[in-house]
Design a protein around this ligand. Structure first.
Ligand SMILES: *Cc1c(COP(=O)(O)O)cnc(C)c1O
Length: 497
């Protein structure tokens, strides 16, 4: 096998190793790092069928991380996927009716972001050692609610790091917010901004390109990196659970190794579903990837028309982690679909930056190579939660319900597709008690989110996850709120630049 390195989707700058790409987060030309080749795991699916999550993880990620040795990769996996998760399966597949739910919310912060952010700090620290970096790593992160907490949890008290999280002050659920502002650890900083997630994400991207800030930070012995899914170190670990889910369904006896299945993924920044696409390119038998959006349905429109247009109102929905109009990782898909034409990618991304819109020339659906767009309105989402609960007792969170709706619409669109389908279930319903409970029964309307934690437990019998059990009583440790143009000032203050 060839050596796998990383290069920018926009074609400028050097080709670098995994550890360099993980440290840098984003390429100097504003592009995202992509592997020079997608590897195929050595063992056959039959051989992997009886492996546990950690073993599967090793075979899936090792070839992407060639400047780390076997002992290192095994150590990261061991430290990431352990008792911090409330099930030894780590990411269990649950079959409800004829549909499979891949539950990615059994980690410490109750959302799928734990899958990658449990391992990223180890990758990052080890990358710094490999690069002989003496500097302190400052993680700058924009969050639509779940990345922030998962990154804080992952990096809290990790020596040699600081983490600064920006979140939309009014754009996350009450429980998500409380999880972040009560974060302990003297190296953690959480700042609310008066703006939406796109403002926070654009702000952070600008900061990475702010030469004055970078220089001042360097003088203080600091270097910036990212825990967002623009960092390749977050995408690679997300490929694991696509394999693990497939193999679990093989083990159930519902498919034979080699048989194709579909995945439906609730999508925001396009990181999760892109990992599914990489899994497919690695040889996992995936037929279609159904990309589910909420009312901020830029991706749905793109997949149906070839036009990406962010010039529209930003809608705050009950699935806030998907309230995004600029899905960063789509750039990686476009890079792949246009034959790795970096010139083309650069052109489209410049149009996006300047006009907020770009158009794929001579667009056809076939070009999407198995991607379908679906979306759910707020009413669809609520109804899906209630209907599922009434039919089976299973409680979906709001993001998972968006995916479930998109899947049902897809079934109507393509009635002949009876392929087994996995709904990627990205958050625990306990993170979104207000919207989930009032969807199940309007009598819960107006109740506060914390009261509803106990009500949800009574109704469902599912134990209250450890991560939120005494959340309401925890002291608020982070109170800073700023305007969106003040993010740089906040960093200067925090780092004393
Ligand atoms: C982040 C998040 C998403 C969106 O995932 P992307 O990788 O950004 O597409 C969906 N659901 C939940 C619960 C999330 O936290």
């Amino acid at each position: 096998m060839n050596k796998i390195l990383y290069r920018s989707t926009r074609g400028k700058g050097p080709v670098i190793t995994a550890s360099e790409a993980i440290l840098k987060g984003i390429a100097g030309d504003g592009g995202l790092y992509v592997p020079t080749e997608i590897p195929k795991p050595e063992p056959s699916l039959e051989k992997m069928m009886n492996m546990d999550f950690s073993n599967i993880a090793y075979h899936v990620i090792k070839d992407f991380l060639q400047d780390f040795n076997k002992a290192e990769v095994l150590e990261f996996i061991d430290k990431a996927y352990n008792e911090k998760f409330d099930t030894p399966k780590i990411a269990p597949v649950v079959k409800i009716g004829g549909t499979y739910f891949l539950e990615l919310f059994h980690g410490p912060t109750l959302a799928f972001k734990d899958m990658a952010l449990s391992i990223l700090p180890y990758l990052m620290i080890s990358s710094a050692r490999k690069q002989n970096l003496e500097k302190e790593i400052v993680i700058l992160t924009a969050t639509s609610g779940d990345t922030g907490k998962a990154a804080l949890e992952g990096f809290a008290s990790v020596p040699g790091t600081k983490i600064i999280v920006f979140f939309p002050e009014n754009g996350v659920s009450e429980i998500q917010k409380r999880q972040m502002i009560t974060q302990e650890g003297s190296n953690t900083y959480v700042v609310g901004i008066r703006g939406n997630f796109d403002d926070a994400q654009a702000g952070v991207k600008h900061l990475f390109a702010d030469m004055e800030l970078l220089r001042k930070a360097a003088d203080k012995g600091c270097i910036f990196s990212s825990a967002n899914s623009i960092n390749i170190g977050r995408l690679i670990p997300q490929i694991i659970y696509y394999f693990s889910a497939y193999l679990q369904i093989c083990r159930m006896g519902d498919i034979i190794p080699g048989e194709e299945i579909n995945f439906t993924v609730p999508t925001g920044n396009f990181g999760n579903i892109l990992a599914g696409y990489y899994a497919k390119k690695m040889g996992l038998p995936v037929k279609n990837l159904i990309c589910a959006s909420n009312e901020n349905k830029v991706l749905y429109d793109f997949m149906n028309t070839g036009i990406y247009d962010k010039n529209r109102d930003f809608i705050n929905t009950m699935s806030p982690s998907m309230d995004i109009l600029v899905s960063s990782n789509l750039e990686r898909l476009i890079f792949s679909l246009c034959g790795e034409n970096t010139e083309k990618v650069r052109e489209l991304m410049e149009q996006l930056a300047e006009k907020g819109i770009y158009k794929i020339k001579d667009f056809t659906r076939e070009q999407l190579n198995g991607f379908y767009g679906g979306y759910a309105s707020e009413t669809d989402t609520s109804e899906a939660i209630r209907e599922m609960y009434e039919a089976s007792g299973y409680v979906m969170d709001t993001h998972t319900a968006v995916a479930y709706t998109a899947y049902r619409k897809y079934k109507n669109l393509i009635p002949g597709d009876n392929m087994k389908t996995v709904i990627v279930s990205t958050a625990s319903p306990y993170k979104f008690t207000a919207d989930v409970m009032k969807s199940i029964d309007p009598k819960y309307n107006g109740f506060d989110s914390f009261t509803l934690i106990n009500e949800m437990c009574k109704l469902t019998g599912i134990e209250i996850p450890k991560g939120i059990r005494d959340l309401e009583q925890k002291p608020v440790l982070h109170k800073t709120v700023c305007e969106k143009h003040e993010m740089k000032r906040q960093i200067e203050k925090i780092l004393d630049l």
